[in-house]
Each structure stands twice: as C-alpha cells, then as structure tokens.
Design a protein around this ligand. Structure first.
Ligand SMILES: [Zn+2]
Length: 412
C-alpha cells in the first residue's frame, strides 16, 4: 500500500521545480496551462522522474481508442471514496503531461492516469500500476486498421510481465488478444458497437465468427473469455451476480460501459460497486464534452467524435429526429490531414433530421453526406449554422480541433 514516506531525491526535486517554472513561463506567454512543456523540462532533467513520482502512489492506468478521458474521470471519482486522488484530468496523456500532473500530486494516495495508446507499455513500465483498464482498440483518424493490430501486439508484449490487475473488455477481440498475455485479468462485458477492426483473428488472421454477442476464431480457437463483470441494460452485474443501477449524467451506452469498467477497477481497490456508481453520478461534463451550452438563445450540446468508432457511438446517443444536428470536421495536425475516414462512418443513420455542415472540411463532409443520401445544408460558420437550425436542442458533433473551435465560439 502506498504512503508518502519516500522523499524525492534532490535531482528529482530540482526537476519538479524547473518543470513548474517552465510551465509558469509558458502560461504567462499565453500558451495554455503549460503543463506539457513543464513535464518535458522536468523529464529532461530527471528521466526517472515519472517513476519516482509514481512510487508513492497506487496507480491506475486507463487506455483505449475511445472513452479513456471519461473513464479516467469516473475511476478518479470512485476512488475518492477511499483517499485523495491525483489525475491528468484534462487529458494530457503522454509521458510529459502525465509527469506534470503527478508533480502536483500533493498528498494523493491514488494516481488515476489516462495514457495514450502508443505510450501504454512505456508508462506501465515506469509507474508499476496496481490496475490497468483497457476499453477498446479501433482505427483512429491517423492510422488504418493494420496499425491497430500492431498496437494490440505492443500492448500484449508490454503487459506480459506486468503485476497489475488488467481490467479488460471481453467484447473487443483486439483488447482480449492484448490482455491475455497477462496472468491477472478481470474480464468485463462492456460491449462493442464498432466491429470493423476485428473481423480477422488477431492471433492467427483467420476469419472471426460473431454469432450474437459472442465471438470466436473458427481456425485457432481464440475466443471471447467469460466475463466476471457485465453491463446489462442500465445495470452493472458484479461477479456475485448482483445488479447495481447506473445513474449517470453523461449520455449514451458507451458511458454506461465506461461506468461498468470503472466499477470493476474500483472494486479492485475495495470500493463496493454501489458506492463507486453513486460517486460517478457527480460527473457532468469531461473536458467540455457533453456540455450543454446556451448560445444565441439556443441550447447546444457539444459532442466530440474523433474517429469512426467515436462517431458511431455518438450517433447512438443524440436526441431522436427531428432534433437538429450540426456537424463540424477539420483536418489539421491533431485531426489527421486525410479525411478518408469519413467513408468509414455510416452517416445514413442521421437521415430524417435537419443537418448543418461546417468546419474547414465541410465540403468533404458534404460529398460524403450526398453519397449517403442524407439531406443537409452547408453553412459558413457555427453562428450561421445555429441560426439555420429549426427549434429544439441542437446536437453539435465535431472532431478534435473542430470541437475546440466550436467551444471557443459557443462555449461560456
Ligand atoms: Zn485465430
């Protein structure tokens, strides 16, 4: 059990101080919170700093293509039932951002850390976590499917020697493949709506069979493990078969799945499911996502969808037609400059509602919607789009930098 008895050696203290100074300079220069630059400076001075900062904490790592920021937040809330928690709540999820977050840990006993998928093995090596939550793996906007398989392979290698309890989604074959190198896995039936990255067996390349909610490889016998936790409708089923109601202010099936995984992680730290789930109710928005803002007298809900699986989950949680929708797509650095992923998303699911299209790549999106046979209107910007929307709460769905733009314009 962690306690804050281990003092930092002088070099690590210096690195923390220098990192904070660099962050303050960056803030003063108007470049955001400065936490990432501060973390980079600190790691340059003491490359072992992340490991040193983590050694006084019971660490949980959370990684996935989608839902990691929200799940990190839900787990952090649940663990606050048993002690102070430090977390990289704003989603700076690479080593520098994580180091900066932990440098401000104060007297925290638990560290709940979101980790970028590519850095999971390295951060797991440095922080010796007690638990690792793995939610899903799918193509993101930058990579195509082949790289998703390679990522699963890197997780698998990186986790094989880990002593952590791995809490992993039994419904995602790539996650199961990655986690099953570990001796200590808690399987969670968290569901998987997006299946396009798991039609071939990650173990042998054979064709995956998917009868109902089950899956297995017809060639090598790789199959869905028996879960001990499950999401069932609006309830979490625990390993004893008890059903606990999920009350979230966050919308959608995906967030119920995130709550289920979070309850399983919390249980590994002795927090009973009903306590964990009650605490999760307090989470309303996560880094601006799901926020309902008021702009020009209209209610607008801000939804982030960064990749095909994320768009699909988002379509399933928005208000039914005729609720108006604004779609915004950019293709700047963080979004990936190639918009071919638009063709992986089934936009015909938006048929029957008023749609306004904005963003740097509104014409790419317009072509995609045209082919999907969906009616839409191209607008100059968010202000015009809001004005064009018929009455009702507006659902605004945007990819990464488009979401930031939208928040700047309509956010409070
Ligand atoms: Zn196989």
């Amino acid at each position: 059990m962690a306690g804050n008895t281990e003092p930092l050696p002088p070099r690590a203290k210096l690195a923390v101080t220098a990192g904070k100074a660099a962050a303050a300079v960056s803030r003063a220069a108007g470049r955001g919170s400065g936490s990432v630059i501060g973390g980079k400076v600190a790691l340059k001075l003491d490359p072992d700093l992340l490991a040193r900062l983590a050694q006084n904490l019971d660490v949980v790592l959370v990684s996935a293509t989608n839902g990691k920021t929200t799940t990190t937040r839900l787990i952090a809330e649940a663990l606050r039932a048993v002690g102070p928690v430090v977390s990289n709540a704003l989603g700076a999820n690479m080593p520098a951002g994580i180091t900066a977050a932990l440098a401000g840990s104060g007297d925290a006993r638990y560290g709940v850390i979101e980790v970028d998928e590519k850095y999971l093995p390295a951060v797991a090596r440095d922080t010796t976590p007690k638990a690792i939550a793995l939610l899903n793996l799918s193509r993101d906007q930058l990579d195509r499917a082949g790289e998703t398989r390679m990522l699963a392979e890197r997780w698998r290698e990186g986790l094989s020697g880990s002593k952590a309890v791995i809490v992993a989604n039994a419904d995602d074959p790539l996650v199961v493949w990655a986690a099953s190198s570990s001796p200590n896995v808690v399987w969670v039936a968290a569901g998987q709506e997006w299946k396009d990255d798991a039609w071939s067996c990650p173990a042998c390349g054979g064709v995956m069979q998917r009868p109902g909610d089950d899956w297995f490889c017809g060639e090598c016998g790789f199959r869905r493990p028996t879960p001990s936790w499950a999401l069932s409708g609006d309830h979490v089923l625990d390993p004893h078969g008890s059903a606990w109601p999920i009350h979230l202010q966050l919308p959608g099936r995906a967030n119920k799945a995130n709550a289920t995984t979070s309850a399983a992680v919390a249980a590994a730290f002795g927090v009973p499911p009903q306590v964990a789930l009650e605490r999760m109710y307090s989470v309303t928005a996560v880094a601006g996502r799901y926020d309902v803002v008021s702009y020009q007298g209209r209610e607008i809900r801000l939804l982030l969808a960064k990749n095909p699986a994320g768009w699909l989950e988002t379509f399933s949680l928005i208000d039914p037609p005729p609720a108006p929708v604004i779609l915004s797509v950019n293709a700047r650095g963080a979004d990936g400059t190639d918009t071919s992923w638009l063709w992986d998303v089934d936009y015909s699911r938006l048929a029957g509602r008023p749609i306004c299209v904005i963003g740097d790549r509104k014409l790419d999106l317009a072509v995609r919607l045209e082919v999907a046979g969906v009616d839409f209107q191209v607008c100059e910007n968010a202000t015009e789009a809001v004005r064009q929307c018929p009455p009702g709460r507006i659902e605004a769905i945007a990819n990464y930098t488009a979401f930031q733009d939208l928040r700047r314009i309509v956010g409070n």
